[in-house]
Ligand binder design. Structure first.
Ligand code: PLP
Length: 354
């Protein structure tokens, strides 16, 4: 039987997507060729890229609003520097909510002055700072919508006149947001959209081309836009599987549908964490992530017992990130409710046993 997969990333994908992806690797479109042995400029693959791009705009409700969609390589980590390369003229503002924001800040510092408007480092990033102001004269404001490692999530985003740039790697397509408030969104595919190997960028075209720095072609959004994400060979497999996942999501009812499912899963688990005296949540309740729930045992001596029970129940990927410890249940879009129920059952069984 397939395991309950709570892995933080790469992570669970819908079963039907895996099936179709497997078929395409052998025989794509009944062309008697594999998806990964045909030219990325073939009609078949160009259609995949176009479909993937249009599904992104449709699901995010950004059609006809001046946005371009790119599927590039180098992960979200390359976007840490690429955003700055393309947008940072003099000064940018960043909100520091954890490891990933910290890495984005480190890269951006190479390109100009950086204002850290707030940080939750004082409490090991277990909350989202709320009272801060963004200087008016910055080139953009950058934030991380969901803190994958610590398990916090921004529930609202600041109003700012400057372009709003957001790393949505671990919660894109998981909840309704007014995506048109963002000027640049990026996300590594491997958390909620597909396999590792491609990174989604959704950018409002009119924020580009405003700086005088010379940008190497591979790092220039405008170059990639001009070539429809085909300036160089794209990650054909990762783009294809992402397209399949986006199709799966659309058929289910899109973001409004999956948001309800995600909320149900998170409510089920957090209710148990709060009720069960053997467990304790790690982060501020109002900032809890719907995607990544972090928690610890109140009695560490139960760890081996609990870990064995998890293993016996076929629960995979629950170990917390090494910088936080404890447990982390990643409940991305493709994780079914019954997997969360299986976890809750084990938590209740541990309570009965001890
Ligand atoms: C996983 C993750 C990253 C890093 O993504 P890579 O594709 O490995 O570079 C960046 N930001 C967030 C929020 C993440 O969850």
């Amino acid at each position: 039987m397939k395991k309950h997969n709570f892995s933080a990333g790469p992570c669970i994908l819908p079963e039907e997507v895996l099936q179709k992806a497997a078929e395409a690797v052998i025989n794509f479109n009944n062309d008697d060729l594999s998806l990964i042995e045909i030219s990325h400029r073939s009609k078949s693959f160009v259609a995949v890229m176009e479909k993937a791009r249009s599904l992104v705009l449709e699901l995010l409700d950004l059609e006809g609003k001046g946005y371009k969609v790119l599927f590039l390589q180098g992960g979200a980590s390359t976007q840490f520097l690429m955003t700055a390369y393309n947008l940072l003229h003099k000064k940018a503002a960043y909100l520091n909510t954890g490891t990933w924001s910290g890495k984005a800040i480190k890269e951006a510092k190479l390109f100009g002055e950086l204002v850290e408007v707030a940080s939750s480092k004082d409490q090991n990033f277990n909350y989202i700072p709320k009272d801060y102001s963004i200087p008016e004269d910055v080139d953009y404001f950058h934030c991380t919508s969901n803190n994958t490692i610590f398990g916090t999530q921004m529930k609202s985003f600041p109003q700012t006149e400057s372009p709003l740039v957001c790393d949505m790697s671990s919660d894109i397509f998981s909840r309704r947001l007014d995506f048109s408030k963002f000027d640049l969104i990026y996300a590594g595919a491997q958390k909620n959209m597909g396999p590792a190997g491609t990174t989604l960028i959704v950018v409002k075209e009119d924020i580009l081309g405003k700086i005088d720095r010379v940008i190497p072609s591979m790092l220039d959004y405008q170059v990639h836009i001009g070539k429809d994400s085909m300036f160089n060979t794209p990650s054909v497999f990762a783009v294809y599987v992402s397209m399949l996942t986006l199709e799966w999501l659309k058929d289910l009812g899109g973001i409004p549908f999956i948001e309800k499912v995600n909320q149900k899963k998170a409510d089920l688990l957090y209710t148990e964490i709060d009720r069960n005296p053997l467990f304790k949540g790690v982060v501020a309740v109002e900032d809890r992530s719907v995607m990544n729930a972090t928690f610890v045992l109140t009695n560490e001596s139960l760890k081996d017992t609990f870990d064995t029970m998890l293993k016996d129940a076929g629960i995979n990927g629950l170990n917390g990130h090494r910088s936080v410890g404890g447990y982390r249940a990643s409940m991305y879009n493709a994780l079914p409710l019954h997997s969360v129920q299986a976890l809750v059952d084990v938590m209740q069984e541990l309570e009965r046993k001890s």
